[in-house]
Design a protein around this ligand. Structure first.
Ligand code: UDP
Ligand code: MG
Length: 315
C-alpha cells in the first residue's frame, strides 16, 4: 500500500489539534491507509506545540514542524509539503472543518489514477451573505485569470508526489496554493464536501484580513489590476477628449465655459485616478522587491518525529 501524508497547518489550534490527529488516525486506520500526519505549528501563541508533541507521543506517524514565528497559512502548507514523505499528499485544515471521510474518498480516486483531487465546497457553511458575495466576486476574477474553475475552491486537496514536487520547485514567495495546485495541471478531478462547523477555537480570518488576502492573491496570480488601470486611463482620456471638443465649440461660439468648478472637479478626479494607479503599480513593485530579496518563506525552529519520541519512551 502506498503511503498518504496529510499536511495540517495549525495556528492557535490547541483546542483542536489533538482531536484532529486522533480522528484522522481512527479514520485512516479503519480504511487501512498507511499514513503520516505533518502538523505545522505556524508560530502559535497558545499551547498548540505542546499538543502536537503530545500527539506525537501517542502516534508514531505524527511529525511536528515548529516555526520560529507566524508566517501565514500558505507558508505552513508549503513547509508541510516539503516535509511530507508520502507517495500521495493531502492538505487539510486542522479544525476538522474538512471532513476526514472525504480524505478516504480522495485516496480512492488517487488509486484510480487521478493525480490532483480538488476539494470543492458544496456548501460554504455558516458564512454571511456579504462574505459569500465577496468570495464569489474574488473567485470570479481568479477563474478568469487562471482559466481554471475556482468557484468554491478550497485548500482541501490531495496530490500525487509528482504534482507536489512541481509545486515545491516553484521559486516564488507569494504563493496562492489554491490556484497553484490547478495551475500545475496533471490528471485532475474534484470531490464535493460540506464545510463542517468549527467545534472549538476561532476562525483566524477577520473581514479586513480576507480583503488583504484576496488582493494579495490577485496581484500574485494575475495582472487584472494593471489592466484595470490601463482601461481606467483610457476611459478618462476619452472623457477628456469629449470635454475638450465641447469646451472648444463653446469657446468659438463665443460662450466660454465657466471655468472654476469644472477645472477643480477634473483636477481632483484625474489626481485621484493617478494616485490609485500609482498605488496599484507600487503594490506590484513591492511584491517584486519581496521576491528579489529572496528571503526564505519560513524559518523552522524544531522538527519532531513521532517515531523517535516513541522509541525514547520505550528506552
Ligand atoms: N492557519 C495557519 N496560519 C495562519 C492562519 C490560519 O496555519 O496564520 C491555519 C489554521 O490553524 C487552520 C487553517 O489554517 O488549520 C484554516 O484557518 P481557519 O480555520 O481560521 O480559517 P476558516 O476555516 O475560518 O476559513
Ligand atoms: Mg477553519
Amino acid at each position: 500500500m502506498k503511503r498518504l501524508s496529510v499536511v495540517l497547518p495549525a495556528y492557535n489550534e490547541e483546542l483542536m489539534v489533538g482531536k484532529t490527529c486522533r480522528v484522522l488516525r481512527e479514520v485512516l486506520t479503519e480504511a487501512e491507509i498507511p499514513y503520516e500526519l505533518v502538523v505545522v505549528n505556524d508560530g502559535s501563541s497558545d499551547g498548540t506545540w505542546a499538543e502536537i508533541e503530545k500527539a506525537g507521543k501517542k502516534d508514531p506517524n505524527v511529525t511536528g514542524v515548529h516555526f520560529s514565528r507566524n508566517f501565514g497559512k500558505e507558508a505552513a502548507v508549503f513547509a508541510g509539503l516539503a516535509q511530507a514523505s508520502g507517495d500521495v499528499i493531502a492538505v487539510m485544515d486542522c479544525d476538522l472543518q474538512h471532513p476526514p471521510a472525504t480524505l478516504v474518498q480522495m485516496y480512492r480516486l488517487w488509486q484510480d489514477g487521478y493525480e490532483v483531487i480538488e476539494g470543492v465546497k458544496s456548501d460554504r457553511g455558516k458564512e454571511g451573505a456579504v462574505h459569500k458575495k465577496c468570495a464569489e466576486f474574488f473567485y470570479g476574477i481568479m477563474t478568469k485569470a487562471t482559466k481554471v474553475n475556482m468557484k468554491d475552491a478550497s485548500d482541501f486537496k490531495m496530490m500525487d508526489r509528482k504534482a507536489v514536487d512541481s509545486i515545491l520547485s516553484m521559486p516564488e514567495r507569494n504563493m496562492f496554493f489554491r490556484a497553484t495546485s490547478s495551475w500545475v495541471g496533471f490528471k485532475t478531478t474534484s470531490v464535493r464536501f460540506e464545510v463542517q462547523e468549527r467545534e472549538a477555537g476561532v476562525s483566524k480570518w477577520s473581514p479586513w484580513s480576507l480583503v488583504k488576502y484576496a488582493f494579495t492573491n490577485i496581484v500574485a496570480f494575475t495582472t487584472v489590476p494593471l489592466q484595470f488601470v490601463t482601461v481606467g486611463g483610457l476611459i478618462c482620456f476619452l472623457c477628456s477628449l469629449a470635454l475638450m471638443i465641447y469646451s472648444l465649440v463653446q469657446y468659438f461660439g463665443g460662450r466660454a465655459v465657466e471655468g472654476y468648478t469644472t477645472l477643480l472637479l477634473v483636477l481632483l478626479l484625474i489626481g485621484s485616478a493617478v494616485m490609485i494607479s500609482l498605488g496599484i503599480i507600487g503594490y506590484y513593485i513591492a511584491k517584486i522587491y519581496e521576491e528579489v530579496k529572496h528571503r526564505p518563506r519560513y524559518i523552522v525552529s524544531k522538527i519532531i518525529h513521532g517515531s523517535e519520541e516513541d522509541l525514547e519512551r520505550r528506552k
